[in-house]
Design a protein around this ligand. Structure first.
Ligand SMILES: Cc1cc2nc3c(=O)[nH]c(=O)nc-3n(C[C@H](O)[C@H](O)[C@H](O)COP(=O)(O)OP(=O)(O)OC[C@H]3O[C@@H](n4cnc5c(N)ncnc54)[C@H](O)[C@@H]3O)c2cc1C
Length: 81
């Protein structure tokens, strides 16, 4: 049983990052539900999902995810040009 006195303080909650989003492969190519890719369509950063969630995965950091997927997409686009 909690005992008095109780204290209250103001708090402002915010969301800095969301988990889940567009499915991509290692080159940031957008995946169809069957696992094939949409040719020429890429997604990066906080719009993407797949790194987080499930029993063996966790938060990696929004900035890391955005910089890595952005770089991977740029490299893949250059390689296909
Ligand atoms: C308060 C706060 C604290 C955070 N702290 C951390 C932290 O400590 N560590 C960490 O790893 N992550 C942190 N994050 C999360 C991290 O900042 C984001 O996950 C990351 O910046 C997402 O990068 P992004 O490039 O995917 O998207 P964004 O950084 O949102 O970039 C999207 C860009 O697209 C532009 N844009 C949008 N619409 C259009 C349009 N129609 N045309 C042209 N441009 C458009 C926007 O202006 C913006 O510049 C924090 C986020 C917040 C809000």
């Amino acid at each position: 049983m909690e005992k008095r006195p109780f204290y209250a303080f103001p708090a402002v909650a915010g969301i800095t990052y969301t988990m889940g989003g567009i499915a991509i492969d290692a080159d940031a190519r957008v995946l169809k539900p069957d696992g094939d890719v949409f040719p020429g369509l890429y997604a990066v950063g906080c719009a993407t999902g797949g790194l987080e969630g499930g029993p063996n995965k966790g938060y990696v950091g929004g900035l890391v995810k955005s910089s890595v997927t952005g770089l991977r997409a740029a490299e893949a686009i250059l390689a296909s040009a």
